[in-house]
Design a protein. Structure first.
Ligand SMILES: CC(C)(COP(=O)(O)OP(=O)(O)OC[C@H]1O[C@@H](n2cnc3c(N)ncnc32)[C@H](O)[C@@H]1OP(=O)(O)O)[C@@H](O)C(=O)NCCC(=O)NCCS
Length: 392
């Protein structure tokens, strides 16, 4: 997690912000060779080679059809029994979230001790991929106990969740991962904006930039005390229809994006203390909702610091601007995040986010995030700015 990539005072270079067609082509080529290198034949993908995903050998082959790789079968032909496991383990279904298909929350536990040692989950989601609306499963929270790593439990968990997804007559999945697997539809860069630079430097998350002092760094990242947009206020339940309209209009421009309805906006975006923050801009004159911004928060443990035990991290979620400039909207989001005592604000370079990085003093972080589709082939690698889906 340490952000040693870029000195704290650095802002994105022109190169990293390149947006010309030429630069995009280069970055797609670079991504393709990066993937080919990471997944070279010397390191066979024994599991992923057997799955209906874009394969490394097919990268750049535009003769392959876009769309589902395997066609749906009658549900009676979907494997009815769970995948085999080593005899010491059993699969359990865990009820944890609202709005879920319960059977898609799969735990693996040791039969004798009942200890949970692995987990994977899926939730149903409506997505638009290249203008095609489809119901898919978003797969998330895969983890295997440290002591059981490298024993190929992961493929069992993935196959089992896919089997259960198919049992519900859903044939595509979307997932993200920091690791390169066959084969990303895009790779996004994480950018961060320090809110509490002193703490970030103290705990080793960031380091002091060259020729910078702590007081200059604090000054550099200082934010206004108050938001600046007239009518900027917390989202309320009665804003759901307006926010849904704003989001649906905005997300149409991206190649891959959720197809939100009001129920989903209510569920995912209404503010929840210490989980989700969402703000609207209500025109003081017309009372129309013209803009919207949101972020979610995680708390992470800090080890090895005498002064701090937790890091409070904000992740930009969906921001839609129609009247307020996006940079001003996100600046206001930073102000409220700072007021909530959050330490750092993360944003992926998806959607139009790249347009505010420089002005708001974001800098490139270590993390990259790869997006994947299961059982759906795209002819071309996407630019990160073509992605309108924010993973949670
Ligand atoms: C990710 C994690 C479950 C992998 O476990 P592991 O024991 O190393 O992997 P296994 O030996 O069980 O399985 C190996 C297979 O899983 C694949 N795999 C590894 N990480 C994966 C991921 N995040 N998503 C999908 N597949 C993954 C590998 O590519 C490999 O398949 P291959 O032979 O075709 O290449 C484990 O490292 C973990 O729990 N990490 C902490 C939580 C985490 O990072 N989760 C992922 C969030 S995206």
């Amino acid at each position: 997690m340490a952000d040693n990539d870029t000195p704290a005072e650095n802002v994105p270079s022109d190169k990293s912000n390149a947006s010309s067609e030429n630069a995009i082509e280069i970055s797609i080529d670079a991504l393709a060779s990066e993937v080919q290198e990471s997944l070279s034949l010397a390191k066979r993908q024994k599991f992923w080679e057997t799955q209906p995903v874009g394969q490394v050998k097919d990268l750049g082959d535009t003769s392959l059809p876009e769309g589902p790789i395997q066609q749906p079968t009658p549900l009676s032909e979907v494997k009815q029994e769970p995948y085999n496991l080593p005899s010491a383990y059993e699969l359990v279904t865990i009820w944890i979230l609202r709005r879920c298909v319960v059977s898609w929350h799969i735990g693996l536990r040791v039969k004798t001790s009942k200890k949970l040692v692995a987990f994977i989950s899926g939730i149903p989601a409506k997505l638009c991929i290249c203008d095609a609306a489809m119901l898919i499963a978003e797969i998330n929270f895969l983890c295997v106990h440290k002591k059981l790593r490298s024993r190929t439990l992961t493929p069992v968990m993935i196959k089992e969740v896919s089997r259960r997804v198919r049992m519900e007559n859903i044939w595509q999945e979307a997932y993200t991962s920091g690791v390169v697997l066959p084969t990303p539809i895009t790779t996004c860069q994480n950018w961060i904006r320090p809110l509490n630079p002193e703490k970030l430097i103290d705990v080793g998350f960031s380091r002091l930039g060259a020729r910078m002092t702590m007081s200059r760094t604090i000054k550099l990242y200082k934010l206004p005390e108050q938001t600046t947009t007239p009518g900027f206020r917390k989202m309320e339940p009665h804003d759901v229809p307006a926010v849904t309209r704003l989001l649906r209009n905005y997300l149409k421009q991206f190649v891959l994006a959720p197809n939100f309805d009001e129920n989903e906006v209510e569920h995912w975006l209404l503010p929840k203390e210490d989980v989700m923050d969402a703000y609207v801009v209500e025109s003081p004159e017309s009372h129309e909702i013209t803009d919207f911004c949101s972020f979610y928060t995680y708390t992470r443990s800090i080890f090895g610091s005498q002064d701090h035990s937790i890091l409070k991290v904000a992740y930009s979620y969906y921001n839609v601007s129609t009247k307020t400039p996006l940079v001003q909207l996100v600046s206001d989001a930073l102000v409220v995040a700072k007021k909530k005592d959050l330490d750092v604000f993360n944003v992926l370079d998806i959607m139009l986010n790249e347009t505010f990085f420089r002005e708001l003093r974001f800098h490139r972080a270590d993390g990259k995030l790869n997006y994947y589709l299961y059982n759906y082939r795209l002819k071309h690698v996407l630019r990160s700015s073509e992605i309108g889906l924010v993973p949670l």
